[in-house]
Design a protein around this ligand. Sequence first.
Ligand code: NAD
Length: 478
Amino acid sequence: MTTTYDATLGLYIAGEWLSGGGRDTQDVRNPATGAGQAALPLATAADLDAALDAAQRGFVLWRGTAPEARAAVLQKTARLLRERADRIAAIATLEQGKIQAEAKGEVAFAAALLDFHAGEAQRIYGRVLQRPMGTRSLVLHQPVGPVAAFCAWNFPIMNVVRKIAPALAAGCSIIIKPSEETAGSAVEVMRCFQDAGLPGDVAQCVFGVPDMVSRRLLASPVTRKLSFTGSVPVGKHLMKLAADTMMKTTMELGGHGPVLVFDDCDLEKTLDLLVAHKFRNAGQVCIAPTRFHVQEGIYDRFAAGFAERTKAVKMGDGMAADSQMGPMANPRRPEAMEALVEDARGAGARVLAGGTRGSEGGFFFTPTVLADVPLTARAMNEEPFGPVALLHSFASVDDAIAEANRLPFGLAAYCFTENGRRQNMLGDAIEAGMIGINSVRLSAPDSPFGGVKDSGHGSEDGPEGVAAHLVTKSVHMV
Ligand code: NAD
């Protein structure tokens, strides 16, 4: 089993890798052991100003670059990611914890996103409006300008690509601040862009004290768009900062995925799908299925089947070939799980599986199933973001829909039923940006990804993700 964290960390500004120079540093830790494994340099105010200057120059250069040349860089970056997949996936597991199969899948998805955006870069069209002979009105879509992007640690490769690819496809430059806790994966992605020939000023990657970095980047008149993936409170805070310069925003925030399981579903198949999906990335997925509302007639069988499958999930170091679920990404998560489980238990929930920290050291929390969780329990209202499944029963379809729409979140929702009329009705009635009907696959490069209500606004991926980096202009000529 490889245990070497083979990443050389640095800031990437104006085509240069920067480290040392008296900058403060932060340890990148291995979640399976808790041990520090590399020192990450943190940006100074002067570094951020240099990144802003570069992004301004990079924007002028890149918006004037032919779409097919932009596409070629994106395609070459995809090729390099695929060639380096094993190494990058090992770095991701060693700093984030997810199992190797998931880390490799993440690299493959990131490469597919780049290929898709290479195509989209060449499909940005405007319109010519019908006007009297000899006159014209045009509708143009132009790149919005330099983007400031901030993204979380849960998909340390894909989250970075999901920010950079649409910006570059649209003709924008970008400054990205990935999570400091998973810096090595982001650095490897940046090296792929660099080696693919992306001009140095077009994309900068910085790390630092998050609040200091976001305040400086968002206060600058250079920045014309904010794109954020992370928690609802931080998202709301950043939007307030962005309001001062009226910049465009894309907010991909948290969720609390309801799963409505009706008594006419294929129960065994549903359980197989849901248990595998629940514990992916130790539950640290914004579209994770979270609260399972099960129709009364099958509730007991569903709970027993869920608990039995959960107990069989093998937890261990993500680098070990037989692990099915790794540790959580940082020490905050098992602490949060412990508090939510204790609260639910106190409110009357039954622990059918797990419910404790792992005994392995590191940041492990056991795959957990809680049954009969009251709607008033904290976990039923706050995003757990961890390997905790919450079970609750319902009687009627109307009750189920009301429960799905009860919380201020609206990211992902799932429904399991063989009734076609009901499938259509649920797809219409549930307030969520993405809905899976007998399916847990909500994400694909060509499909818009994003939420409604407190889960944010604006889509990533699909043509919508590129459109979110464009501004519209009409030109009238007589
Ligand atoms: P957090 O909100 O403190 O951090 C989330 C991310 O935002 C981190 O990468 C962090 O570097 C960044 N961040 C935090 N403050 C920032 C600021 N002022 N300016 C710029 N960036 C900032 O929370 P956490 O403890 O790391 O994660 C827990 C919560 O985050 C979860 O409950 C979940 O809701 C949410 N989360 C959501 C997603 C998602 O995909 N939507 C991903 C990861 C975490």
